[in-house]
Design a protein around this ligand. Sequence first.
Ligand code: 5GP
Ligand code: ZN
Length: 119
Amino acid sequence: PEHPPEHHCIFCAIVAGRAPAHIVLENDLVAAFLDINPVTPGHVLIVPKRHAASLADLTFIENASVFQAGKDIASALRSSGLQCEGINYFVADGAAAFQEVFHFHLHVFPRYRGDSFRI
Ligand code: 5GP
Ligand code: ZN
């Protein structure tokens, strides 16, 4: 994905390798990396490589690839040593919904009975 230099998007920078991130999955269409401020340990963000602000802007194949990656990461989390009891899949769409980075991302994070996360 090519962007003009004036296009400042932290997730585009991560996808392009211009900003650091712990990448956990990457293919032609999507990248997934650890959230810098995890709500629980193992919190992953999955993004389309092409800049798109919201779910409505994704193509059919980007949408499928993002959610397939979500399933694959959930499977990896369940078989990791984290021993999670559940998983949240979460999308903030729009500032009023607490979207802070306007490059679409699917949050995937493990849950534990009694953990402190509340929407
Ligand atoms: P939103 O509220 O837009 O759904 O969530 C944005 C998420 O991106 C937050 O969970 C935040 O911690 C994460 N985030 C923001 N900046 C960075 C960054 O530079 N690197 C990484 N890995 N995560 C980030
Ligand atoms: Zn972007």
